[in-house]
Ligand binder design. Structure first.
Ligand code: MF3
Ligand code: CO
Ligand code: CO
Length: 266
């Protein structure tokens, strides 16, 4: 009999705090969306997000997290995740960019990301982005109360690889709540260790699949220590939501008003 790991569980009162944080984070995504256009720099996106967050009395979670220098992650084309916003990174027609936002609201964390198209993108970029959004929802629908975390990875991995996309392994979803990253780890492939983690009611976590056009392998930028790129330089896309497991099933805490909803066709 394998040992089941108990992951942190939150009360209904805690859930209100998490809901408020998720809702603000989603509002922030809706705020930034119209700015993500050709000719804007990722540094400018970061400043807009930072100011909007402070203007609403909240805290950007990334800034200073393990020494991270900015308030957002902006990951363009072959950047898998943790791209550092910069004034000299100008978005241009044909790019895809993931904007990953995390806010602390009254001590509670909300975390989500979207991949945006800059103007017209290639057919490959469009299909990869479509598969990644769909994979996120495949993961969400794979679980109910007392499911195992491996069910998420199983479902996403099956879905993605059946369409010949590769799934990033080194970076995973995570428990979230009063901390940015906590138990359980949420791999987007069937990692044996996630068999022992049970999604009890009250568990709060992210699902954030990164799908690659080519190899799943990644390389960390040795100079900045943050930027993660595909090893082969091919495209990578990502979507992320924060999820709360209720007694009657999963609730997405970071749903936007204007962003792509489940089933959206790019
Ligand atoms: N938001 C990312 C996640 O989904 C984490 C970014 S950590 C940072 O978990 F330090 F790079 F900001
Ligand atoms: Co996350
Ligand atoms: Co994130």
């Amino acid at each position: 009999m394998p040992l089941l790991r108990r992951t942190p569980r939150y009360t209904e009162q805690d859930r209100e705090g998490l809901r408020i944080a998720g809702r603000f984070n989603a509002q922030l995504m809706d705020f930034i969306r119209p700015h993500v256009q050709p000719e804007i720099s990722t540094g400018k996106i970061d400043r807009l997000v930072h100011e909007y967050t402070l203007d609403h009395g909240h805290t950007p979670a990334c800034l200073g997290y393990k020494g991270y220098p900015k308030s957002t992650c902006t990951s363009v084309n072959e950047v898998v995740c943790h791209g550092i916003p910069a004034d000299d990174v100008i978005l241009k027609e044909g790019d895809i960019v993931n904007v990953d936002l995390t806010t602390i609201v009254d001590g509670w964390y909300g975390d989500q990301s979207e991949t945006f198209f800059i103007g017209e993108v290639s057919e490959t970029a469009r299909k990869l982005t479509q598969a990644t959004l769909d994979a996120l929802y495949v993961g969400i629908h794979a679980i109910k109360p007392y499911s195992r975390v491996i069910d998420i990875g199983n479902a996403i991995y099956q879905f993605a690889t059946s369409q010949n996309w590769e799934v990033v392994r080194e970076y995973q979803g995570h428990g979230i709540g009063r901390q940015f990253h906590q138990q359980p780890s949420v791999p987007h492939f069937p990692h044996p260790s996630s068999y022992n983690d049970v999604v009890e009611p009250g568990t709060c976590f992210t699902i954030e699949p990164m799908l690659n056009e080519g190899t799943a392998k990644t390389r960390l930028d040795p100079h900045d220590g943050w930027t993660v790129r595909t090893l082969d330089g091919k495209l990578s896309a990502q979507f992320e939501h924060t999820i709360f497991m209720n007694e009657d099933g999963p609730e997405i805490l970071t749903l936007t008003q204007d962003g792509p909803q489940e089933g959206h066709q790019f």
